[in-house]
Design a protein around this ligand. Structure first.
Ligand code: ATP
Ligand code: MG
Length: 225
């Protein structure tokens, strides 16, 4: 990322919120980094910029050396599909699809053969601890299990970055810790960069690097290795 970045939210009325100001961040491949800060500090805005979901006003975002902030809407969609994995606070699984189908879907969008889809989907579901539950729909899974499906869905395409906006916010602290540990194992095993946001101290403690935002500005950037 090359900055400084700034982004505006809210075009609905006369008010204009500068959600991010002067943010400059370089994330190395394979990092396990948390974007932290109180509510309204700009965490989601920053995650959505990196995730090619929102557009920025100033600055630019580079992923693997490519300036992604100038891509068209269609190009961003393709880039997200191929290169980025997303994990959400509310899991965002498709309720009518089974765990297997939810994960397989992200590969079907990439035009991969059915045989390979099956193999990769079964393997990743096993890795996240859901062997035997492949045919359950989200409604028949606990919150933690649903988040495991979401992790599998994000990772199955071997993305460059997994972005997780408050991934444990809907889970009890014990389950939240299990999910963070799973993310940590996946980060180490696959070398995938994980960027997760939180305002929860327990979650921050898992990060190997902690970037703290306050009122849309950088407050601190701390490495703990
Ligand atoms: N859709 C929106 N319309 C208007 N203002 C918004 C919108 N989304 C965010 N904002 C504003 O942008 C700023 C940053 O919001 P953002 O959602 O990035 O914060 P956050 O750190 O993710 O907060 P939270 O912890 O509550 O999720 C805040 O001032 C917020 O009020
Ligand atoms: Mg947020």
């Amino acid at each position: 990322m090359s900055g400084p970045l700034s982004a505006r939210r809210d075009q609905t009325g006369d008010t204009e919120v500068k959600a991010l100001r002067g943010v400059n961040l370089k994330i190395e491949s394979g990092e396990f980094i948390s974007i932290a800060g109180p509510s309204g500090s700009g965490k989601t805005t920053l995650m959505n910029l990196i995730g090619c979901i929102d557009t920025l006003d100033e600055g630019e975002i580079l992923i693997e050396g490519r300036v992604v902030s100038v891509l068209s809407k269609e190009e961003k969609t393709t880039f997200r599909r191929e290169k980025l994995g997303f994990i959400f606070q509310s899991y965002n699984l498709i309720p009518v699809l089974t765990a297997f189908e939810n994960v397989a879907f992200s590969l079907q969008l990439l035009g991969i053969s059915n045989g390979e889809i099956k193999e990769r989907t079964m393997a990743i579901l096993k890795e996240v601890g859901l062997e035997g539950m492949e045919n359950r729909r989200p409604g028949k899974l606990s919150g933690g299990q649903q988040q495991r499906v979401a992790i599998a869905r994000a990772l199955v395409k071997n993305p460059v970055i997994v972005l997780a906006d408050e991934p444990t916010a809907n889970l009890d602290s014990h389950t939240g810790e299990d999910i963070l540990k799973l993310m940590e194992v996946m980060n180490q095993k696959h070398g995938t960069t994980f960027i997760f946001s939180t305002h929860d101290k327990m979650v921050m403690d898992f990060a190997r690097r902690l970037v703290y935002l306050h009122d849309g500005e950088f407050f601190s950037d701390e490495r703990r290795e």
